[in-house]
Design a protein around this ligand. Structure first.
Ligand code: NAD
Length: 368
């Protein structure tokens, strides 16, 4: 038998629960990592090859992410073994069975992750009595539709720019990955006076130093077309976005897109990270050495998780935007001030902030 105590350290995990229901062929794992800041929030991942190891690492990442975001939530995660593309009726049955099994794990609040979506969350809430990332008809806030993460990125940029003396009015923005995060970040920054000079998707990069029309690009994508179908600007290969001369370069596509072998191509002053881990550790260090200000993913892209926490409390879209604005501004300022004072990478300052919050919440608990 695996020794699951091998994960145990001073922060957790508080519980690792294996769930097995033979009649449904349901095999799942829930990790409640640390609940000092509040009930653990974390998604349900469905994949054929998930493991207790993956589940623990994701739960721990949620502990830091939620604390860094300043939310009254700890970290947790769950995994269901199975192919998420199975027949819809079988998937509903499996997820409902899982949700029923976690009903009494009251300090774990599930949300969507790879292989599950808002519809699955409606089933989970019906069976377990709680879930976030719900469809709007049952109280959910559609975070990708309203651009919660992009809105948070724009708030982050508005604070970070002070640290490099950048005026947002006329600031040149390049966005890698014009999807749910990237297009809304461009939209909210344009509202603050910035100019989108380049955007990319899997089909290529579109560049126009005189400025792209963000609204038209969003409409183009919504109609199923790609950035290449825009009638103006220069069309280049997808990775040409790396070479664009700009003030703000937003990664909003995939992990590890900026690496030691291509980091020298970036010509920007600020990188608020929309995507999760868009830079390798080496590349992030190199950017820092060149004086390019990087605001790490878990600080800059926390808009989505803050929105979900608002939904859980029955808040509205307007409440969510207010909360995102306040939390991301405060966190960005705290992290960048600490990084400047201690001469550390912003990522290290962000981790230190999250760890301090968790430690201090743990001090107030009777059982820890
Ligand atoms: P999405 O699928 O809506 O958009 C991704 C976009 O990136 C697409 O337009 C796609 O064409 C493009 N893309 C993919 N590979 C590319 C490449 N190599 N070069 C250029 N463009 C490429 O996804 P999303 O929800 O916007 O998420 C983007 C990233 O942000 C992911 O890393 C995700 O984990 C992270 N993130 C998302 C949220 C959220 O609220 N959606 C929150 C936090 C972090």
């Amino acid at each position: 038998m695996e020794d699951t105590f091998r994960y145990a350290d001073e922060f957790g995990p508080a519980r690792i629960i294996h769930i097995y229901r033979p009649s449904l062929a349901l095999k799942a794992i829930v990790v409640v990592d640390n609940t000092a800041c509040g009930a653990a929030v974390g998604g349900i991942r469905m994949a054929p090859d998930v493991s207790v190891d993956e589940c623990f690492r994701l739960a721990r990442a949620m502990t830091w992410k939620n604390a860094a975001a300043g939310l009254p939530h700890g970290g947790g995660k769950s995994v269901i073994f199975g192919d998420p593309r199975m027949a819809p009726a079988a998937k509903e049955q499996l997820i409902r069975g899982f949700a029923d099994a976690i009903r009494d794990i009251a300090d774990y609040i599930p949300g969507p992750d790879m292989g599950t979506d808002e519809r699955c969350m409606a089933w989970v809430r019906e069976e377990a009595g709680r879930a976030i990332g719900l469809p709007s008809v049952v109280g959910g806030i559609p975070l990708d539709e309203i651009g919660a993460t992009g809105f948070g990125l724009a708030a982050c940029v508005d604070v970070a720019r002070e640290f490099i003396g950048l005026d947002l009015h006329g600031a040149r923005v390049a966005v890698q990955g014009f999807g749910a995060v990237g297009k809304h970040a461009a939209r909210f920054l344009a509202e603050k006076g910035a100019i989108l000079v380049a955007a990319s998707d899997t089909n290529g990069t579109l560049v126009d130093a005189s400025g792209l029309d963000v609204g038209r690009l969003i409409a183009l994508k919504q109609s199923g077309q790609s950035l290449r179908d825009y009638d103006k600007g220069t069309k280049l290969a997808s990775d040409a976005i790396l070479d664009v001369d700009c003030d703000i370069w937003i990664p909003a596509a995939r992990p590890d897109v900026v690496r030691a072998d291509n980091v020298s191509r970036l010509r920007t002053r600020l990188m608020p990270q929309g995507a999760n881990i868009p830079c390798t550790a080496e590349a992030e260090q190199a950017l820092h050495a060149r004086g390019i200000l990087v605001v790490p993913d878990f600080i800059a892209n926390a808009g989505g998780v803050i929105c979900a926490a608002t939904e859980y409390r029955g808040g509205t879209q307007r409440n969510a935007f207010d909360y995102i604005d306040e939390r991301i501004r405060d966190n960005t300022r705290a992290v960048l001030e600490e990084s400047r004072r201690d001469k550390t990478l912003p990522r290290a300052a962000g981790f230190a902030l999250a760890e301090r919050r968790v430690r201090s919440a743990m001090q107030m608990k009777r059982w820890r």
